[in-house]
Write a protein that binds this ligand. Sequence first.
Ligand SMILES: Cc1cc2nc3c(=O)[nH]c(=O)nc-3n(C[C@H](O)[C@H](O)[C@H](O)COP(=O)(O)OP(=O)(O)OC[C@H]3O[C@@H](n4cnc5c(N)ncnc54)[C@H](O)[C@@H]3O)c2cc1C
Length: 395
Amino acid sequence: MTTVGVVGGGIVGLAVAREILLRRPEDTVVVFEKESSLGAHQTGHNSGVVHAGIYYRPGSLKAQLCTRGRYLLEEFAAEHGIPYEACGKLVVAVDESEMGRFDALEKTATENGVPGLRRVGPEEIAEIEPYAAAGLAALHSPRTAIIDYVAAAEALGRSVTEAGGEVRLGEEVTGIHRVTGGIEVETPAGRTRVDHLVVCGGLESDRLGELTGGPKTPRIIPFRGEYMQVSVAKQDLVRGMVYPVPDPRYPFLGVHFTRRVGGGLEVGPNAFLALSRRRYRRTSLTPRDLVDTLAWPGFWRFAAEHWRTGFTELRGVLSKQAYMREAQRYVPEIGAEDVTRAGLGLRAQAVERDGSLVDDFVIHHADGITSVRNAPSPAATSSLAIAEYVVDRMS
Ligand SMILES: Cc1cc2nc3c(=O)[nH]c(=O)nc-3n(C[C@H](O)[C@H](O)[C@H](O)COP(=O)(O)OP(=O)(O)OC[C@H]3O[C@@H](n4cnc5c(N)ncnc54)[C@H](O)[C@@H]3O)c2cc1C
């Protein structure tokens, strides 16, 4: 009998734990989660979108696992009664200067086999989303959906415990030690011996990676993404999702309008450097996290190259008017007076020493330890497929 430890009670760690028990019911699985609830970090602070594979470089892990993940998640949601709604999305080009990027995006989405994808003109844009800007063209992805990711994480947690696994909440992994014939996982409650360890630590994945003795790079730089809540009076102006054409220099998709499964409409998220990896107030600062960011040469190289974009984003952080001016290019009738500040999310973005942002998922295997080192969006969508990929490679 094999014992597998999984660090992280986010959607990726829980999906991996479930997949192990589905394939090898005789195994013992223990999930270690430092918070008192599941999905407390990225999983519970995201846009709730189930992506259909529009953006990702064909052949990349993101492209492969997002396509399969969307399919698996739709099935899982139906099986477990998790709120899921395929309300569809439009990616709208509003300016002639965007058309080159738009054409490239259409090509990528087509190569990725996005189900039902169509290029539509101004008349059809108005039929699908009557209040969207009179864009020049849009990509319509009818199968892009919204879901409650915390409900999905909780359902995965239940699947794990029902299959005999153990989920230990409030247990922070502080040490990972290789011992003869296995690995010991250290938490304040003591040491647990396992034969294999899978680390899915999200915002802490670089620090956990170091504890495993794995590669020191890439490092995580946290980027916060703030949301605005649209007033009840205007929340029905968007039926599904309205997105901009993204800037290909960044892995972020741009501020967009998204319906929530529980009702309501949000605008967001923007992307700006965060000063904490685990606290969610606008003013949160965790000294250790800030020191780690500033000590990483990759941060300074990234900042030197992208300071102009940083200033533009800062304007939106400081001023609701500036934030909504950008969003109004896509839905002109929703302005600063129609929104209130909602929550924020913290993205774990892996950054290399040369300042480049790591785009694809990074999964590293060595001597009984599998580390998910970079799992940004669309990793929530892809979680069940990431789990298949990880377990396929665990021998
Ligand atoms: C603003 C924002 C919007 C996004 N929008 C989308 C979207 O619409 N669709 C989509 O598919 N993806 C989206 N994403 C990305 C998605 O949320 C993440 O890719 C996904 O949640 C990653 O899951 P995870 O389990 O790897 O990480 P997390 O959910 O962050 O989970 C990691 C867990 O590890 C735990 N942990 C860390 N260190 C330790 C330790 N030492 N000991 C024990 N436990 C530890 C943490 O407490 C945490 O619970 C978005 C992300 C953000 C931030």
